[in-house]
Design a protein around this ligand. Structure first.
Ligand code: C2E
Ligand code: CA
Ligand code: CA
Length: 758
């Protein structure tokens, strides 16, 4: 039922892997040239590297990323462009980027600093999308890594460059700012890596890129401040390398995992991590004691960073306990609740019933279950799709929750199956009145995204005064619900033990029905259909009969549903169809010349419509007998067709193409009769007996029958009135223009021989 959100719908482009591999190869070659090539080649390689890396980032953002997750990657691309602009300014403006620094050397920073910020923003939004920022331990570990990196950068690079004697050189301070930005970036990527979820190559490439950039910035600063003198080529190689690593990370197909939500898996603190944390904390402390301070500022900053690290460790200990507890309760909730509606599921229901059971007996209470099943929910799914189906389920969940008492439990235990469990004093009829209220709730339409939708429900109620097992109680309520389904839906029924006998009888009948055809226990009866105007015989409806050696005659109302459910109807129906058509052929051959050509009308269940073989059987038997296809009518019920509209329509069209006549059986008992008549390839309507039995006495049903006759006339359909028992009914129907009739008045269903001799 629950469909995943469509965000991962778009497939990886087929060329993604090739592009990523080629880029890695080219990047490696460029780095090799940068490190070992002759000077002019080095410059060219650096330039090509940066352009290639930038193109890679943009290509990845626009082509590899899932459109919905594109933003962070576009930000990376923007950051890359800003860095590039900084480089161009540095190269183009005389004095920019010069060592020792002057005010002009700050010009490029107008681009580079925003570049860092945008990049940081990109990483932060990846964290958010991955839901990695929920992972507190990862956050504190990242903070620890950052603080330690900041400490080292400060002690060995920044502190020596800042004039300790008090006179602060703004340019030097500005330059010292870069490693700080680097540290922040590194912290963000490290958090990405430390939080739970997939750690894919793309992530490692981004981490390597950030680390390389940090190294480049540190060296650059050392050079600026004439503390050390790394060659410019080395620094450039590091920057180009960082660019290439970012490019490779963005191109790698696994980049998609960086923006996908990940499950936060809370792990216990692993050994390697513990060692790393210990090192991160101890090294700065040792350094502080060994390395002499440059002055009060140095001391203060080092102390502050050490304190920060200790706080991070403490925070981690506290929060990791919290988040484990949270993960455990989330896990428990997942196991006991339905994901779609967030209602308790079958597990929690059985637990609750069991828990209530002990108390109920002691306190004279009764536990009741309402087993609620939506009627024709499948049609809603087929009609509007699963999303709307889900919407409806949530709306139903909401309504049920709103009408129960706080102590009652509303659960969803299957697709469209809800259960309400309640405990109440045994002499009250709380469950019955709740069932009535639930049915009333379903009387109001549900407002869904496709408009208002009406759906009814069938409810089974089972009770126990304690003692009964939870599973038994659910099964009993289910049985009672099925009884409602069988007798017209949209009602509730109480379970009683006779229903259990019904279930047993049904199983027994099912056993007996298997092989009934082979044993010759099934036979056909024929009921005349007559012209109401002239009284002449027009044709017959074939009705199946089952005579069991011990059980006697079993009503089709009992065995046909079983045959449908078990699929036995496919074979039995095909047999009856052949039998009927051959019988009709025999009657036609024996008929007096000039008499009306008869037809035969055979019932076809949905199960048969779904079976591919039906069309073949019809074609075959028509060919065998040489009868005109119009002499065969097939009766289908509207609700049967609606249950599986697509398949049914396809079969009906094929049958229609053969020239067979389609008749809608039990017309008027469905719910959408009129709108569908037009869509089905139908030639005949059989007006249900429940209407016919009411006509001729001035009842209100007469209006409906008139309307149906008018509609059928307008659509050019022939009408058969079913169950005509009296002359009053016959005359009224004839006077209203109903062409055909069938019923005890004209003859009961009899074996073929009864008509042959007549
Ligand atoms: P149906 O298709 O609506 O068949 C008409 C039912 O009304 C038959 O019941 C028939 O005996 C009964 N009937 C006919 N005239 C009168 C009347 O004047 N008054 C009253 N009260 N009843 C009348 P039956 O034979 O018991 O069949 C019941 C249902 O079983 C049928 O309803 C049909 O849905 C199903 N059925 C019967 N034979 C077959 C079959 O071969 N295949 C399938 N798929 N279903 C069948
Ligand atoms: Ca019928
Ligand atoms: Ca009928």
């Amino acid at each position: 039922m629950v469909r995943p959100a469509g965000r991962r719908a778009s497939a990886l482009p087929p060329y993604a892997r090739v592009v990523s591999r080629s880029f890695l190869a080219v990047g490696a070659a460029l780095v090799a040239l940068l490190v070992a090539g002759p000077a002019p080649v080095q410059d060219a390689a650096g330039l090509i590297g940066i352009v290639a890396a930038l193109s890679a980032v943009w290509f990845g953002a626009l082509r590899i990323a899932v459109p919905a997750d594109r933003r962070p990657w576009v930000h990376m691309g923007v950051a890359g462009l800003l860095f590039l602009a900084g480089m161009i300014v540095r190269a183009a403006v005389p004095g920019a980027g010069e060592s020792p620094p002057t005010i002009r050397s700050l010009w490029p920073d107008a681009f580079v600093v925003p570049g860092y910020l945008v990049m940081g923003y990109a990483f932060a939004s990846m964290l958010r999308r991955r839901r990695a920022d929920d992972d507190d331990p990862a956050r504190s570990d990242a903070l620890l890594v950052g603080a330690a990196a900041a400490f080292m950068a400060w002690t060995f690079v920044m502190s020596p460059t800042i004039d300790q004697s008090g006179g602060i050189d703004p340019i030097r301070v500005a330059n010292a700012f870069f490693p700080v930005l680097d540290v922040v970036l590194l912290m963000l990527v490290v958090q990405l890596a430390l939080a739970g979820g997939v750690r894919a190559p793309a992530l490692w490439l981004l981490i390597a890129g950030s680390g390389t950039m940090l190294a480049g910035d540190l060296l650059f600063m050392l050079r600026d401040n004439e503390i050390a003198d790394p060659s410019l080529t080395t620094i450039n190689t590091l920057f180009t390398g960082a660019f290439l690593l970012f490019g490779a990370g963005t191109l790698h197909p696994s980049m998609r995992t960086l923006t996908e939500p990940q499950h936060v898996i809370v792990r216990t603190l692993g050994k390697p991590r513990m060692v790393a944390i210990a090192l991160l904390v101890t090294v700065p402390v040792v350094v502080t004691t060994v390395q002499s301070m440059h002055g009060p500022l140095d001391g203060t900053v080092r102390a502050a960073l050490c304190v920060l690290m200790i706080m991070a460790v403490l925070w981690r200990v506290v929060r990791s306990n919290d988040s484990r507890a949270r993960a455990e309760s989330a896990g428990r909730r997942r196991a006991t609740h339905d994901a779609l509606t967030d209602l308790p599921n079958r597990e929690l229901l059985t637990e609750t019933i069991t828990a209530w059971g002990d108390r109920a007996a002691a306190e004279g209470q009764e536990i009741s279950l309402l087993f609620i099943d939506l009627d024709r929910f499948k049609m809603i799914n087929d009609h509007w799709g699963h999303r709307v189906g889900d919407e409806l389920l949530c709306a139903v969940a909401g309504r049920l929750g709103a009408i129960v008492r706080g102590t009652d439990l509303v659960c969803r235990i299957g697709g469209d199956e809800f259960v309400i469990a309640l405990a109440s004093p045994s002499h009250t009829a709380t469950a019955e009145s709740l069932a009535t209220r639930v049915l009333a709730e379903f009387g109001r339409p549900f407002e869904l995204s496709v408009g208002s939708v009406v759906v009814s429900a069938s409810i089974g109620v089972a009770k126990t005064g304690g003692g009964a097992q939870a599973l038994e109680l659910i099964r009993d309520a289910d049985t009672a619900m099925n009884k409602v389904k069988g007798s017209g839906r949209n009602a509730y029924a109480l379970f009683d033990s006779s229903l259990r006998d019904d279930v047993r009888d049904r199983l027994m009948l099912e056993q007996a029905l298997r092989g009934a055809l082979e044993r010759g226990e099934l036979y056909a009866t024929y009921q005349p259909i007559v012209d109401l105007g002239t009284g002449e015989r027009e044709g017959f409806e074939t009705l199946m009969r089952w005579e069991h050696p011990e059980l006697g005659a079993v009503s089709p109302l009992r065995f046909i549903p079983i045959a449908e459910e078990t699929g036995l109807i496919v074979e039995a129906g095909a047999w009856l169809l052949r039998e009927s058509v051959h019988q009709l052929a025999a009657w036609r051959a024996a008929a007096a010349p000039g008499s009306r050509p008869l037809h035969v009308s055979v019932n076809v269940s949905v199960r048969q419509l779904r079976d591919k073989a039906l069309v073949g059987v019809v074609r075959e038997v028509l060919a065998e007998t040489g009868l005109p296809p119009g002499a065969l009518w097939l009766e289908i019920t509207e609700s049967g067709v609606m249950e599986d509209l697509e398949t049914a329509l396809a079969t009906l069209d094929e049958l229609h193409a053969l020239g067979v006549v389609m008749a809608v059986d039990d017309f008027g008992t469905g719910y959408s009769s009129l709108s569908y008549l037009n869509r089905l390839p139908v030639g005949v309507v059989k007006l249900d007996r429940s209407f016919v039995s009411q006509v001729g006495t001035g009842g209100s049903e007469e209006q409906i029958v008139r309307a149906v006759l008018a509609l059928a006339g307008a659509l050019g359909l022939r009408v058969v009135a079913e169950g005509v028992e009296t002359e009053v009914q016959r005359d009224w129907l004839r006077d209203q223009g109903c062409e055909l009739g069938q019923g005890w008045l004209f003859g009961k269903p009899l074996r073929a021989a009864a008509f042959t001799s007549a």
